[in-house]
Ligand binder design. Sequence first.
Ligand code: ATP
Ligand code: MG
Length: 437
Amino acid sequence: MFIGLVFSAAAGTAMCASSILYGIMIEYFIRFQIHTISTNKFSEELDYFFLVYVYSAIFIFIATYISIATFVYTGERIARQIREQYFRSILRQNIAYFDKYGSGEVTTRITSDVHLVHDGISEKVSLAFLYISNFIASSIIGFTISWKMALVIFITIPFLAINSILMNKYSAIFTKRSLSFNSCAGIIAEESISTIRAAVAFGAQKKLSDIYNAYLGDAKNEGFKKSLLVGFSLGIMLFGIYAFGPLAFWHGTTMIINNELSFGQVISVLNVIQNGFFSLIIFFEYIQAISLATGASSKLFETIDRVPSIDIYSDMGDKPKKVVAHIQLNNVNFIYPTRPNVNILNNISLDIKPGSTVAIIGPSGSGKSTIVSLMLRFYDPLSGGVFLDGRNIKSLNLNWLRRQIGFVSQELVLFKTTIAENVSYGLIGSIYENLPD
Ligand SMILES: Nc1ncnc2c1ncn2[C@@H]1O[C@H](COP(=O)(O)OP(=O)(O)OP(=O)(O)O)[C@@H](O)[C@H]1O
Ligand SMILES: [Mg+2]
């Protein structure tokens, strides 16, 4: 990456060459036309500058290639690692996490937020560096040729910079809001489609599509506000940049009359500083993408770093050699974290002897599935405990515990393959894993 930055800076600086050469060559054209230089000398000098032009173009090509290739490669690698780690961390989270965020948010985040990060760390970093280097080098060169003339042109810079900063700031706000409405719409779509049977059964299609449309409408409004702002602001910016010309020529004329500068120098300063300004504006745009990436990455890293209270990747906990499967619930009280004011299990005790077949019976919503969730340690009870062979399951290794349990849930999800294959997925890690078909 360091190499990439060095080459970005070199390319940005080399880009000033064309503006200066342009001024110098104009100077020769004028001298030739007013016959103060011989034809031979004229073509000799111009040949030399043509070569410099070509060499600087080749150098810019190589330096830009190296810097962009380095950053795109690094960006791809980082984005892949973030995706991997984020997905790994998501699979690690406890069930309560998904109760709170929903699967839609997770999928939206892994696509849109990782895309934002990817976008802000690839070639945009090297281009931002290239353009800011070009701006700095242009300013130094402009001031070195003629500080007075450069200063006149520079008067407009604070005005253009403030305009550009404000535009980027507010357009980022509108983009963020529009993205968040789109993400809400994505969550609705994702969850409606994944539970399409329930949606159809309750005739909720119109209601769901209305909610979806409302979010899309909000996103469109934010986009409209952004279009007004960006249009106005870019107009002002281009006005400012093209207003340089008359200002520079007006001041340049006085300096030429006073013999302080040649026409070629006036052109060089105007060109180099004007290009520097264009670079500064592009730099602000890239900085905006980079800051969006920073915002998105902080949310992703928060999840990546989150260690759940019930951790499937943890090595802690006992792994008893033998299981007889004596299951007990002792005075269990339980409340779902997302519904803190509803008491689901109230002082429940159960004693399931090894080898017995037990049916838990009760009305819908009475907590039967919840008891099974507690046995699988999807959640921990508020008080009391679940015991396997006399050991509290909190003291057992979670991965080991879940491997001891065969479980077919009520809202069953089958993978897109045969029933036999689906069953065999449940045997991974058990002694039956390598059984023949
Ligand atoms: N993830 C969850 N978050 C919040 N509340 C939940 C959650 N899962 C279930 N509940 C609530 O807990 C209560 C018990 O649900 P549970 O699924 O255990 O009932 P059940 O006895 O299995 O019902 P059914 O016979 O319909 O399967 C219900 O009021 C239900 O709405
Ligand atoms: Mg149930």
